[in-house]
Design a protein around this ligand. Structure first.
Ligand SMILES: [Zn+2]
Length: 205
């Protein structure tokens, strides 16, 4: 009888142990609200864990941040590309914009330098030349300052054009002397009645 009872007892103990085991296995298999399964090592861990205590993998945070970081990087890259394109456009515009209206012709004198023609005796060729001063009245430093001298007869017809270089670098407020010379031409000196000088080109430096 004792043996029998003892057998029953041991059977109960075994049952209790079995129930505990089943409970343990169940709680490990199906995560409750407080427990989750690490997707890297499949250990049952606290649901609030951001880092798996078993395999030290980061949980959840990476999945959230990865697309945000990618998006931010993409946005930054886009901004940089737009910025670079804008800079290129600005520098292109800056280097090609003509600021000739900033340059003032302060003074210009026409010299004809007539000389005996070697082509026909008794005739004189004209070698027109203009000298004077230009000044940068703008706020930008200018370079590639080119001038065009236009010469008219007394009827106002354009009879000759002289083109030339005035300055490679002209600071705001700075003035410089220029001299531009034309081609030798067989024409009466009296034709050279009037002249003007215009600035055709001045680029920002
Ligand atoms: Zn893990």
């Amino acid at each position: 009888m004792r043996r029998l009872l003892g057998g029953v007892d041991s059977a109960r103990v075994e049952l209790r142990v079995g129930a505990k085991l089943v409970h343990r296995v169940r709680s490990a298999m199906s995560p409750s609200a407080d427990v989750k399964i690490c997707k890297h090592c499949f250990t049952s861990i606290d649901a609030r864990a951001r880092k798996c205590p078993a395999c030290h993998s980061l949980l959840g945070t990476r999945a959230f941040w990865a697309p945000v970081i990618v998006l931010l990087l993409f946005g930054a890259m886009l901004l940089m590309m737009v910025g670079a394109a804008r800079l290129v456009e600005l520098s292109r515009r800056r280097s090609t914009a003509n600021h000739s209206s900033d340059v003032t012709i302060i003074e210009s004198n026409l010299h004809l330098a007539p000389q005996s023609s070697y082509r026909s005796a008794g005739e004189k060729t004209i070698h027109p030349m203009m000298v004077g001063w230009v000044r940068n009245d703008g706020l930008r430093q200018l370079g590639n300052v080119y001038l065009e001298g236009r010469i008219f007869n007394d009827k106002g017809d354009l009879i000759d054009v002289i083109q030339g270089y005035a300055s490679s670098s002209l600071k705001p407020g700075e003035k410089c002397a220029f001299k531009i010379t034309g081609d030798e031409i067989l024409r009466p000196e009296s034709d050279y009645a009037k002249h003007t000088v215009v600035v055709t080109n001045a680029l920002e430096q």
